[in-house]
Design a protein around this ligand. Structure first.
Ligand code: FSX
Ligand code: SF4
Ligand code: SF4
Length: 318
């Protein structure tokens, strides 16, 4: 079997990362920031049990695929292994080998079989204009299937939906000023069609791999996480960046950076939107914990519902 081949549910290879390694990775990746505490000692058996019956289906609409890339690049052992063999990911356009009608048939088959139980991950916005024709998903029985069709059909059947990335959560870049496609996020889309399936927003442009994996694990083992008024898990998005920024003491003392290459000082004059942004980047960091936006640039508020218009211009003070 090819490393990235998608096998039918229940037939995934036993080679590669084991479930125990995965669990260690998950708890290790998100340890120290409160997430590990939400898992009781029964996590291992609870997750293993959940995985038997709760596959994850991942669909992509209007996005740059940055959220998938963020996920695939950032965790060791390979998140592709984790997703394919441990979280029971049954469909993912970027990592699976199957394509065309076969893949689409499998997507609908798994959704029917695990109706009410599977988690649907939506990456990217949903273009509602022109009958959904701005994002063609594929063909089934000689009929064109759009992203609108897929999110409607699968959204109704899913046990829960994770809107991964700011595009899927709130419309994001595809919905920015000047957009012609009617791009919108999952919650808004569900409201339009009266779909009641619970949605967890995991914004970020892209979303952080820990936020994605942590939320999936929470859903599988403990159900819906606590959400803020924008539908985001408070465990990841509950705190203000500015209030927790290592540069806050410089801000308080009026020590301001004047250019991006300045090593010292608060970056508000350079356009930092930390005061209007809620996420834990200041402690979680990015690129496997190496750095974060405020180290070398500014926070552009990528997790907020108004992004990118509300943050623009990025490098001018709010
Ligand atoms: Fe959007 Fe995510 Fe930004 Fe890109 O998929 S959140 S454009 S990083 O990739 O959807
Ligand atoms: Fe606040 Fe940004 Fe300054 Fe940090 S760099 S203290 S987040 S304005
Ligand atoms: Fe997004 Fe700001 Fe976090 Fe950077 S620091 S990832 S811009 S929320």
């Amino acid at each position: 079997m090819k490393k990235n081949e998608m096998l039918p549910y229940g037939q995934q290879t036993k080679t590669g990362v084991s479930r125990r390694t995965f669990l260690k990775t998950v708890t290790g990746t998100i340890a120290g920031i409160g997430v590990s505490q939400m898992f009781n000692p029964a996590l291992v058996s609870a997750l293993e049990k959940a995985l038997e019956t709760h596959p994850v289906l991942w669909v992509q609409g209007q996005s740059c695929s940055g959220c998938s890339v963020s996920l695939l690049n950032n965790v060791d052992p390979s998140i592709a292994d984790i997703l394919l063999k441990v979280i029971s990911l049954q469909y993912h356009p970027t990592v699976m080998a199957a394509e065309g009608e076969t893949a689409l048939e499998n997507l609908y088959r798994v959704a029917e079989k695990y109706k009410g139980k599977f988690s649907l991950v939506v990456e990217g916005a949903i273009p509602m204009a022109a009958n959904g024709k701005y994002c063609n998903f594929g063909e089934l029985n000689n009929k064109e299937i759009t992203m609108v069709d897929v999110v409607k059909d699968l959204g109704v059947k899913a046990g829960s939906v994770l809107a991964v990335g700011t595009c899927a959560a709130y419309g994001g870049i595809p919905a920015a000023a000047g957009s012609e496609t009617g791009a919108t996020g999952v919650m808004n889309f569900f409201q339009t069609y009266g779909i009641k399936t619970p949605v967890v927003n995991i914004p970020g442009c892209p979303s952080h791999p820990d936020w994605i994996v942590g939320s999936i694990v929470h859903l599988l083992t403990k159900g819906l996480p606590e959400l803020d008024s924008d539908g985001r898990p408070t465990i990841f998005f509950g705190n203000n960046i500015h209030d927790n920024c290592p540069n806050l003491k410089d801000y308080d003392a009026g020590v301001m950076a004047g250019k991006l290459s300045d090593a010292k000082g608060c970056r508000m004059d350079l356009g930092c939107k930390g005061p209007d942004t809620y996420a834990d980047c200041y402690k979680r960091k990015w690129n496997s914990g190496l750095n974060w936006c405020v180290d070398n640039s500014v926070c552009i508020g990528c997790v907020e519902p108004g992004f990118p218009d509300a943050s623009s211009p990025f490098y001018e003070p709010a």
